[in-house]
Structures are given as structure tokens and as C-alpha cells.
Ligand binder design. Structure first.
Ligand SMILES: [Zn+2]
Length: 111
């Protein structure tokens, strides 16, 4: 019998989550319209490089479209992270059947 030692580096397997910077663009075209556009931009350095969990978020967005995630409550310049919210569990298997995401504001450490 041989023993193989496998070193598991915890940080590499742990999802850091996804982080976005909120941005509100406002402009107007005189005599015609006033526009306020909300956007959240992925902060690549801060975010997970990609895992099943994060992929789930993008997949959810691909499937549900933009209607299910409201970003009109964001504030310009703030950082947000999507939080997984389980809505309905299968009563037999306890596997999550329905879920959604909510944006959570992240307090920035300015030191
Ligand atoms: Zn991840």
C-alpha cells in the first residue's frame, strides 16, 4: 500500500465571490430626454477567477435576464456582491429548487 499526500491549499479552492462597482450615468439631451443608466462593473482583481459557484450567477443571469436582478437601488461608486438566496427547497432531497440573487453593499476598507 502506498500513501499519497495531497496538499490542499484552502485559498485556491475557496470562492472569493464576485464584486462589482456601481455606476450611474446621467445625461440629458436638451428639449428631448433625461437619462439615468445604472450599471455594475465586475472588479476582476477582487473577484473569484471562476468556479462553479460564480458560474452559477452568470448562468442565472443568462437564463432569467435582467428583470430578476434589480440594480436601480445601487449607489454610484459603491461596491456590491451578489448573494445567493434560496427560496424553495425540495422537501424530499433538501436541494434548492428556486433561488434568486440580491446585491449586497460591501463596505470598503480605506486604510
Ligand atoms: Zn468563485
Amino acid at each position: 500500500m502506498s500513501l499519497i499526500s495531497v496538499e490542499i491549499k484552502e485559498d485556491e479552492n475557496k470562492c472569493k465571490g464576485l464584486f462589482f462597482r456601481g455606476k450611474i450615468n446621467s445625461y440629458y439631451i436638451e428639449g428631448k430626454k433625461i437619462v439615468q443608466a445604472f450599471e455594475i462593473n465586475l472588479l476582476k482583481k477582487m473577484s473569484c477567477k471562476g468556479c462553479d459557484q460564480c458560474y452559477g450567477f452568470w448562468d442565472y443571469y443568462n437564463t432569467c435576464g435582467t428583470e430578476d436582478i434589480d440594480i436601480t437601488e445601487i449607489k454610484h461608486g459603491k461596491i456590491y456582491s451578489p448573494k445567493f438566496i434560496a427560496d424553495i427547497h425540495d422537501w424530499e432531497t433538501n436541494i434548492v429548487d428556486e433561488w434568486h440573487y440580491e446585491l449586497e453593499e460591501i463596505l470598503e476598507n480605506k486604510s
